[in-house]
Design a protein around this ligand. Structure first.
Ligand code: HEC
Length: 191
């Protein structure tokens, strides 16, 4: 009797093993409640009959901007720089922490060319690796230059200096400017 039970369990197991695998490896097999596995949404690169062009990937609606991005509409021209100097204003009150952070950012993004003191004698230039003389940021003219003009130069570039807008967030640009104004040029914070 016991032997028979063993044999029947064995036969059942064997039958189970033999029927459970499919030759087709791409077939997911059988599953109950497949809703969570099988997406009802269209696959990214499949076609979509609901749109006239049949494409599934749509362009964002016109005028859409990424979250947190603030569009900057001024161009790299002298007139636009002056305009920005008069109209682009930092709405946030700056603190000494912001100046500290500005120093870190200046060290990352500007020091190589403009130098530790902002005098234009950065390593890239003095070593001869970069051929264009970076401007001295501590001249009397630049001490009086409005922060908006600096914002403009960082954002779109100036002459041979490239734009840094894509790398540096607007709020960080203001911190760099505050550092230049306060620590390198000796102006009062926020003025
Ligand atoms: C790869 C080198 C390089 C880097 C990096 C760089 N600059 Fe410049 N910068 C220059 C050069 C070169 C000029 C002068 C361009 C010209 O006269 O055509 C300049 C000009 C400027 C001016 C205009 C000065 C004036 O007299 O009107 C400002 C302001 C300025 N840079 C600020 C910055 C700040 C702030 C950073 C960092 C976010 C920075 N630069 C990063 C090379 C650089």
């Amino acid at each position: 009797m016991r032997k028979k039970t063993y044999i029947s369990v064995f036969v059942l197991l064997l039958a189970g093993i033999m029927t459970s695998c499919d030759k087709d490896n791409n077939h997911p097999g059988y599953s109950y409640f497949p809703d969570m596995q099988v997406s009802r949404a269209y696959e990214a690169y499949s076609s979509n009959p609901n749109f006239a062009d049949g494409k599934i990937l749509r362009l964002p609606a016109e005028g859409t901007i990424p979250r947190e991005m603030i569009p900057y509409e001024f161009e790299k021209t002298p007139e636009n720089r002056i305009w920005a100097g008069q109209n682009v204003i930092n709405m946030v009150e700056m603190t000494s922490e912001d100046v500290e952070r500005g120093k870190e950012l200046f060290t990352i993004f500007c020091i190589n060319c403009h130098g530790e003191k902002g005098d234009g004698k950065g390593f890239l230039y003095t070593s001869g690796k970069y051929p264009f003389a970076p401007k001295n940021l501590t001249t009397d003219i630049l001490k009086k230059t409005p922060r908006g003009e600096f914002f403009h130069v960082i954002t779109v570039g100036f002459g041979v200096m490239g734009a840094h807008g894509p790398q540096i967030k607007p709020e960080d640009r203001w911190k760099i400017i505050e550092y230049i104004k306060v620590e390198l040029q000796g102006n009062a914070i926020g003025q």
